[in-house]
Design a binder for this molecule. Structure first.
Ligand SMILES: [Zn+2]
Length: 101
């Protein structure tokens, strides 16, 4: 069982996961694997569920999300699936938390 869940076809399923896992973490990832960066948020971060997006904009068009209860599986997903993209930590919800040196 992988410890992460990929959301690439349903904002509804993603929002349910966020609401059920408020202590979790998510990666915001461009669907295009030539993306330059991947950003990590806490599940509760407003930027992980930006409601300015029209429905479908979170996981159904240009972006997908990967959720996990711990950070490590997301680092593994990043290394496996987007090895050339930089992993940035959200400056709002993860400021000062586990900052890489
Ligand atoms: Zn955030």
């Amino acid at each position: 069982m992988p410890e992460f869940e990929v959301f690439d076809d349903s904002d509804d399923r993603y929002i349910v996961w966020l609401n059920n896992n408020p202590h979790g973490f998510v990666l915001n990832v461009s669907r295009d694997n030539k993306t330059y960066l991947v950003r990590m948020h806490r599940a509760v971060c407003g930027r992980a569920r930006d409601e300015r997006n029209e429905h479908g904009g979170l996981t159904e068009r240009g972006y997908i999300k990967v959720g996990a209860l711990r950070e490590e599986p997301l680092h593994e997903w990043h290394a496996t699936h987007r090895p050339r993209a930089a992993l940035l930590r959200c400056k709002f919800c993860l400021k000062g938390v586990g900052e890489p040196v």
